[in-house]
Design a protein around this ligand. Structure first.
Ligand SMILES: Nc1ncnc2c1ncn2[C@@H]1O[C@H](COP(=O)(O)OP(=O)(O)OP(=O)(O)O)[C@@H](O)[C@H]1O
Length: 475
C-alpha cells in the first residue's frame, strides 16, 4: 500500500540525487591494480627478512648454524650440534642461574609472549577498547616496539599513532588488563610517542612479608631510605623520613599500622643510640600503646596529644633559632636527634574531636611542624582513614603520601596527586585480603608503584622495645 504512488509516498534510492540537488559530488571508486598490491606485499616480506637478523639475532643465528650443520654434516651434525648446545645451556642454568634467567629464560619468555599474547590479540583488543585511530577510511594502530619480561611482569613498549596522547592509554588500563589477561596494567611514558605498558603476570605481593631485619649498627640506619617493605618488583621499599613528612591513608584494616611500625622498626638502632626519637600520639590507644618503651614521648588523650604537638613545635623552633645563620641542614646527633612525630588517626584531633579549641590548636601545630620542620630534623608521620579536605585540609603539607586501600576511586588522586589513577594506581581496587598493600610515588619513578609493608607482630614489637628500653629510651 505504501509502495503505491497513489499513497503519496515516493521511494527514493539513498544514492539518487534529491530533486533540489541535480548534481551530486561523490568520491570516485578506483580499483587498485593487482601489481600495486603485489609490490606492496613483496616489499613488506623483503623488509621483514632484512630486519629479522637485527630484531632476533639469536634465533636467526641458531637457525643459520643449524642449517649450516645440516648442509655440511647431515642429520648427525645437526643432532650433535643441538646436544652440545643443550648441554651448554644446562650447565649455564645450573652454574649461573641468575645470568641464565636474565639472558635466556626471560628472553625466550618475552619472545613467546610477544607473539602469543600481544601480537595475536593486539588488533582486536585495541580496536574494541577504542585505541585504534581512523583517518581517511584507513585504520591506524599503535605499534609494538618490543616486549621484555622481568621475573613478575611483561613490559610492552609501544609507539603511539601520531596525533594521539598517552592519556588515551591511561584511560583504558582496565580494558587493556582484561584484554591481555593480566591482573592490572600500568602506563609509563618514556618520551614523545613512546610508552611502556606494564602487565604483571602474577602478584608478587600476595604473601604477607615478615618484619624486616634491623641493622645492628646505628650507623647503618639510613633515615632517608628506611626499608619498610617490598615493591612489586621484589626490590626493598625504602621510605624517606629525614627531610620530609609522610601521610599514610587507608580505610580501616588497610594496614596503616604496619607502615607506621615498619618505619619505627627500621629506626630502632638509631633510637637506641639516641640519634632518633619517636614522639607518639595514639588517640585509639590500640595501635602504638604496645611499644611505649620505644617512644621518647607518648600521648593518647586529646589535650595531652595537643600539648605534645605544641612541645614539638617549641623544640623545633628552638633548634631553628640555634641553627639560624650557622647551619642549613640537620645532621642527627645525640644532642639534636631526628624527631619523628607519629600521629595515628590524625583526623581525630583535626576533625572529629568535639572541642573546637583542641581542633584548632592541633591543626596549627601540625601545620607549623610540616611547613618548618623538615630542615631542622623534625618529621611528621601521620595515618588517616579519610583523605577528603573536610577531614584534613593540611594534606598538601605532606610531601610524601602512601595510598593503602581506599574507599573510592576519586580518593586516589586526592592522595597521590592528579593523574595517579590514570597511571594505574588503583588503590580503591586493592584486595581487602591484602592488608599492607599500597601505591606510592618513589624517587626516580614518575608513576606510582605497588608495594607491601612488612607486618610487625606484637612479638616483634616486644623485642624491639626491649633494646631501646635498656638504652634508656622512654624513661
Ligand atoms: N602488612 C601487613 N601484612 C599482612 N597483614 C597485615 C599487614 N598490615 C596489617 N595486617 C593485618 O590487617 C589487620 C589490620 O591492620 P591495621 O590495624 O594495621 O589496619 P589499620 O589500617 O591501622 O586499621 P585501623 O585504622 O582500623 O587501625 C592487622 O591486624 C593484621 O592482621
Amino acid at each position: 500500500m505504501l509502495r503505491s504512488s497513489k499513497a503519496g509516498a515516493t521511494q527514493v534510492q539513498p544514492t539518487a540525487p534529491v530533486p533540489a540537488q541535480t548534481i551530486r559530488f561523490t568520491t570516485p571508486v578506483v580499483e587498485t591494480p593487482g601489481i600495486f598490491l603485489l609490490t606492496g606485499w613483496l616489499w613488506r616480506i623483503i623488509r621483514a627478512l632484512v630486519l629479522l637478523p637485527f630484531q632476533f639475532p639469536v634465533s636467526v643465528a641458531a637457525v643459520a648454524v643449524s642449517v649450516g650443520a645440516y648442509l655440511g654434516f647431515g642429520w648427525l651434525g645437526l643432532a650433535v650440534l643441538w646436544t652440545v648446545l643443550d648441554l651448554g645451556l644446562l650447565v649455564w642454568w645450573r652454574r649461573w642461574p641468575h645470568s641464565f634467567k636474565a639472558h635466556v629464560a626471560l628472553r625466550v619468555l618475552a619472545t613467546w609472549r610477544r607473539f602469543w599474547i600481544y601480537r595475536r590479540h593486539w588488533q582486536p583488543v585495541l580496536v574494541v577498547s577504542g585505541l585504534a585511530e581512523s583517518y581517511l577510511e584507513r585504520q591506524y594502530l599503535p605499534q609494538i616496539r618490543g616486549v621484555t619480561c622481568s621475573a613478575w611482569a611483561d613490559r610492552v613498549r609501544v609507539k603511539l599513532v601520531a596525533g594521539t596522547s598517552p592519556s588515551e592509554f591511561e584511560n583504558r588500563v582496565a580494558e587493556l588488563a582484561h584484554g591481555f589477561g593480566a591482573p592490572s596494567c600500568r602506563v609509563e611514558v618514556r618520551g614523545p610517542r613512546d610508552l611502556i605498558l606494564e602487565f604483571p603476570r602474577r602478584d608478587t605481593l600476595a604473601d604477607p612479608i615478615d618484619a624486616l631485619s634491623v641493622p645492628d649498627d646505628p650507623q647503618d640506619v639510613d633515615l632517608s631510605g628506611l626499608p619498610v617493605g617490598i615493591g612489586q618488583d621484589g626490590e626493598p621499599w625504602k621510605l624517606r623520613l629525614h627531610g620530609t613528612h609522610v601521610l599514610t591513608v587507608g580505610v580501616t584494616g588497610a594496614g596503616k599500622g604496619s607502615v607506621l611500625w615498619s618505619a619505627i622498626r627500621a629506626m630502632v638502632p638509631a633510637i637506641g643510640k639516641g640519634t632518633a626519637e619517636v614522639w607518639a600520639i595514639d588517640p585509639k590507644r590500640m595501635e602504638l600503646s604496645y611499644g611505649r618503651a620505644l617512644f621518647a614521648r607518648y600521648a593518647d588523650a586529646a589535650d595531652e596529644a595537643v600539648s605534645l604537638l605544641e612541645e614539638a613545635v617549641s623544640a623545633m623552633q628552638e633548634r631553628a633559632e640555634r641553627y639560624a645563620g650557622r647551619q642549613r641542614t640537620h645532621v642527627p646527633s645525640v644532642r639534636d636527634p631526628f624527631v619523628v612525630v607519629v600521629l595515628d588517626e590524625v583526623a581525630f584531633l583535626t576533625a572529629y574531636h568535639p572541642d573546637r579549641d583542641i581542633r584548632r590548636r592541633a591543626e596549627n601545630a601540625i601545620a607549623t611542624l610540616t611547613s618548618q620542620g623538615r630542615s631542622v630534623g623534625f618529621c611528621v608521620l601521620a595515618a588517616l582513614q579519610d583523605p577528603r579536605k573536610e577531614v584534613l585540609n593540611l594534606r598538601n603539607l605532606f610531601p610524601d603520601k602512601i595510598a593503602l586501600r581506599l574507599d573510592e576511586a576519586s580518593q586516589v588522586d586526592m592522595v597521590l596527586g592528579d593523574g595517579a589513577r590514570d597511571c594505574g594506581a588503583n588503590a580503591h581496587l586493592i584486595d581487602p585480603d591484602l592488608p599492607g598493600v599500597a601505591f606510592v610515588k618513589l624517587e626516580g619513578s614518575p608513576v606510582p608503584v605497588r608495594v607491601r609493608a612488612a607486618f610487625v607482630t606484637d612479638t616483634d614489637i616486644d623485642h624491639m622495645a626491649a633494646e631501646p628500653a635498656a638504652a634508656g629510651v622512654g624513661d
